[in-house]
Design a binder for this molecule. Sequence first.
Ligand SMILES: *[C@@H]1O[C@H](CO)[C@@H](O)[C@H](O)[C@H]1NC(C)=O
Length: 426
Amino acid sequence: MGVFTNILRIAISAFFISTFATACSNGQCKLLDECSSDGDCEAGLYCFSCAMEFSGSRCVRSTATDQFKLLNNSLPYNKYAYLTTHNAFAIDGEPSHAGVPRITFNNQEDTITQQLNNGVRALMLDTYDFEDDIWLCHSAEGKCHHITAFEPALDTLKEIEAFLAANPSEIVTLILEDYVKTPNGLTNVFTAAGLMKYWFPVSKMPRNGNDWPLVSDMVANNQRLVVFTSRKSKQQSEGIAYQWDYMVENQCKKSFLSAFSFYYLPCLKREGVDFNVQQLYHSVESRFLSNFHINILIFLDGQGGMKEGECPNRGESSPLNDKTKSLVLVNYFGTIPIKQVTCEQNSGDLINMLKTCYAAAGNRWANFAAVDFYKRSGGGGTFQVVDTLNGELLCGCDDVHACVAIWVIRSLQAFIMGMIYSIHQD
Ligand SMILES: *[C@@H]1O[C@H](CO)[C@@H](O)[C@H](O)[C@H]1NC(C)=O
């Protein structure tokens, strides 16, 4: 065999390897096609591997549908669903701003600006008094520590201000787990960030289960920032809405097996477990990378904080079926934020929980679906889930895109009926 044939064979096999390894590239790959980089995938998708759902890397969704642009914004604020990030500020790779390395867990990977640009419309933020300022922090017992501090709230609020300024038809909702005791502490930081001009006033929020103002009116009035606090007193003192006067919320459950209770930290955190547990989490996550993780996952599935078929209310919230509250918030991040598991949770599990909570809420679909690592999924993930919620809320279909077709058919019907009517008149 000559050199030439060898080169030919190498060339031929290289050709086949390259054609079969990725059947698509250059922005041509569709949902769940194999990919090797984000650039291979169509707009709105990115290249991701979710070992629990598929092998290798595939294109999955990275952006939400804008329901206001797809349909219209002429319905009340409570008739739409909004993708919500739990602990939106607890971002992987966020540099330390408190002077010492952080020892705590992360719940997201994108910056606040990226989250908003990808269609997240509600952010859960934990606010604390810290360093004579207001900070976003993961902590316990209402006290922020240097090792659990993420960043001054001002930085995050400025990102939100920039988004609202650049997107004059969008509404952003903030749900604050609020430990700030400084009088007017929040008002001062919202003012400094330039956000007061977007403030949606408490006086316009319904407290008897009525509909909220229309999104189109909120946009026209430029009242596009809706803020809720977990501190009741601030409704009086600072005009910041007390969350559970307007919203029902489900609770994640913790395991009854204390040996494994550290898996349920986000639940426990709220009940004041100290940060040693959070350190433990780091060793847990690295163990998840090893082979025996499957056993633990099976355990989690059976005993999880997000127990299938149950949707109890969070302690501070009235029962989910209390219809004097017009908004429904469903949390789905009951286990500790373990990246490798989230992509499965954000896929089928999440929609099942939303169906359970729909029934628990007296046949009401969630307005807010709150998740960790919102972009991790086995395909449509949280974005498809919010499409489903908006479809159900807006036209009783399981995808908001179907509402467009229904709307076109109804308009056509109305047009034809109008024609027939005018022919009769003639
Ligand atoms: C806006 O969309 C909703 C949901 O499809 C529909 O019911 C409503 O009639 C639409 N309103 C206008 C003004 O087009």
